[in-house]
Write a protein that binds this ligand. Structure first.
Ligand SMILES: Nc1nc2c(ncn2[C@@H]2O[C@H](COP(=O)(O)OP(=O)(O)OP(=O)(O)O)[C@@H](O)[C@H]2O)c(=O)[nH]1
Ligand SMILES: [Mg+2]
Length: 565
């Protein structure tokens, strides 16, 4: 084993730890147009840091990892088995064959691979065919101490988990041993990955398998030029002739050059260190740009989150601010309430013609309340019903409003799809509203009774009856003279009459403040009901919260590394 920590200066180490911390805090919760791409980069950087970089900056020694990668059927497992001299990783005709990474290491390094230092989130297994993803550990004396050979799943697999694991194992290694065949070396997929390796400055060796002897020169030549074009001119190429396998293994002589090169690299500190350092500094050097690119994706996340929060805030603010108008412009008094009001105060004609004196009206009303014909209760009930309907409409309106706003946004509509309960108001809204409205009516009743205890209004309240007085003040509460424009002439007059009536009962000042207080109490209850409709949205947003300023922190950590390099 060699010390790779020396290449990482303390400022670089500090910057890397900072980046790792920032990346681990980064969350991609919003479904934006670029979130899949961002998540992919996030996943890639997270594993590169935890699998590869952090163990190398935090530990003095890590085994030298050689990852054997390439397309399915290229002969990776056959090569690994042949290097070890026995079948440790099943090779086969079924494509793809290898699903779990197989790590062949010297018994002296068993501790490292069994520990959490290596691919800590993947369970260990001794069974290469383990159906659940696992790292298969094979201890073998045939491998030099301090070196391990990792057989990867195929890089361009039809199985997504294979592709992901293959890439992850390659990114965790100090050296890629890239296997291809004389037939397939020009295929596109491996080259995309090889070009990534070139950009990252990863140490790569190429194994060109199954080469017909007569084509060896030509194929090698062509492959060299392709490698040079990809930026990998310095990668050594090992060709293996097309041969019959012996018990599934390549003949010893066919792989002798590869085996002795690995031995040399494993035992010769300087060449191993050169390979290690090249990959390590390449990986670190590529980080600032990748971290900045991640920060861009994260910024979109932050923007999406803030946008949803803002539209939620705006919709609820508008709904809240609108309540005072809805419940004081007279609209609650229309329809059924209007009809019951007319019953209550006598015939409709009475008001359309000459305005009656308050005394006459009081007589009529007391007759209505105290006589056989109780017109106060139907009026009271109609007011409560109408107020409840309006209140429910407001709650439904704000929930619909937020839905419409969120649906227009990719992140918002994804949240609604994931939480369909957001589409509608709570199932118990009707009962909650009913309870709030009747709670309010009880308060009105208590207030009126309370004032009725006083000498001044007692007689008058008694002569109207408490129920009648309550109906009058409830009626008056839903019309505020400030809103005369929208109330309509008829209800405006009626509401004015109700207020005057209240004035004759309580005295003008007292009536005005009583009605205002009743209105405020209703508005308070209404604001509570409407405000509660926000809770499900807040909960969902809370679960998907994108921490503020994480893109800035990421960017700063990338800058810090750039400066340290
Ligand atoms: N004759 C011959 N057959 C080979 C050679 N290398 C591999 N094979 C055969 O090719 C098939 C695929 O080889 P594997 O070693 O399983 O290929 P792999 O790259 O590990 O494939 P995946 O695990 O699917 O990614 C097997 O049937 C091997 O026996 C070779 O050099 N010569
Ligand atoms: Mg295989």
């Amino acid at each position: 084993m060699t010390d790779s920590k020396s290449a990482v200066t303390p400022p670089v180490g500090g910057a890397l730890s900072d980046i790792a911390k920032r990346i681990s805090e980064t969350r991609f919760t919003m479904q934006t147009d670029d979130s899949a791409e961002g998540r992919e980069l996030h996943r890639k950087l997270s594993s590169e840091l935890t699998d590869y970089l952090l163990p190398r900056i935090n530990r003095t020694r890590t085994p030298f990892l050689i990852a054997v990668g390439g397309s399915t059927g290229a002969g990776k497992s056959t090569l690994v088995n042949s290097l070890v001299g026995r079948s440790v990783s099943p090779a086969g005709v079924r494509r793809p064959t290898t699903g779990n990474p197989v790590v062949v290491h010297n018994p002296a390094d068993a501790k490292f691979f069994e520990s959490q230092s290596f691919l800590s989130d993947l369970p260990r297994s001794s069974d290469p065919e383990s159906p659940t993803p696992a790292v298969v550990l094979i201890s073998d004396d045939g491998i030099e101490p301090g070196t391990a050979v990792l057989d990867c799943p195929d890089i361009d697999s039809i199985a997504e988990s294979n592709r992901y694991l293959a890439r992850r194992i390659l990114m965790s290694a100090d050296l890629w041993m890239f296997v291809t065949t004389a037939n397939r070396y020009a295929d596109a997929a491996p080259w995309a990955l090889l070009k990534d390796a070139a950009v990252r400055n990863t140490s790569v060796a190429i194994v060109l398998d199954r080469v017909p002897p007569e084509a060896n020169r030509e194929v090698r030549h062509h492959l060299s030029s392709l490698l040079a074009e990809a930026g990998l001119a310095s990668s050594p190429i090992f060709s293996v002739a097309e041969l019959d396998l012996e018990d599934g293994l390549l003949p010893h002589s066919a792989i002798y050059p590869i085996r002795s090169w690995i031995r040399q690299v494993s035992s010769e500190g300087r060449s191993q260190e050169r390979i290690r350092q090249r990959t390590l500094s390449g990986s670190i050097g590529a980080l600032p740009a990748q971290v900045k690119s991640l920060a861009d994706f994260v910024e979109t996340q932050e923007g999406a989150y803030v946008g949803l929060q803002q539209s939620l805030d705006q919709e609820f603010r508008t709904a809240h601010d609108g309540l005072s108008e809805v419940f004081s412009d007279g609209r609650v008094l229309h329809g059924e309430v209007n009809a019951r009001w007319q019953d209550f105060v006598g015939t409709g004609q009475l008001f359309r013609g000459l305005e009656p004196t308050m005394a006459r009206m009081r007589d009529r009303i007391s007759a209505a309340v105290t006589g056989k014909h109780d017109a106060a209760s139907p009026l009271h009930i109609a007011i409560l019903r109408s107020a409840a309907i309006s209140l429910r409409e407001q709650a439904i309106g704000v929930v619909d409003g937020v839905n419409a706003r969120w649906q227009r946004d990719a992140a918002g509509s994804a949240l609604i799809d994931a939480h369909p309960e957001l589409r509608q108001v709570a199932g118990n809204l009707e009962e909650t509203v009913k309870a709030a409205v009747s709670g309010w009516a009880n308060e009105v009743n208590a207030l009126v009774r309370d004032i009725g205890q006083g000498k001044k209004s007692k007689a008058r309240i008694l002569s109207f009856g408490v129920a009648g007085v309550c109906a009058v003040v409830e009626y008056a509460a839903f019309w505020d003279p400030k809103h005369t424009e929208t109330g309509g002439q008829a209800s405006r007059n009626d509401a004015r009459v109700a207020l005057s009536l209240a004035g004759t009962i309580f005295g003008e000042q007292e009536a005005v403040s009583l009605v205002a207080s009743i209105r405020d109490r209703f508005l308070g209850a209404a604001a509570g009901i409407v405000g509660d409709c926000r809770e499900p949205f807040d909960n969902v947003l809370g679960l998907s919260a994108v921490p503020a300023r994480q893109s800035g922190a990421l960017r700063a950590s990338g800058d810090r590394l750039e400066v340290a390099l």
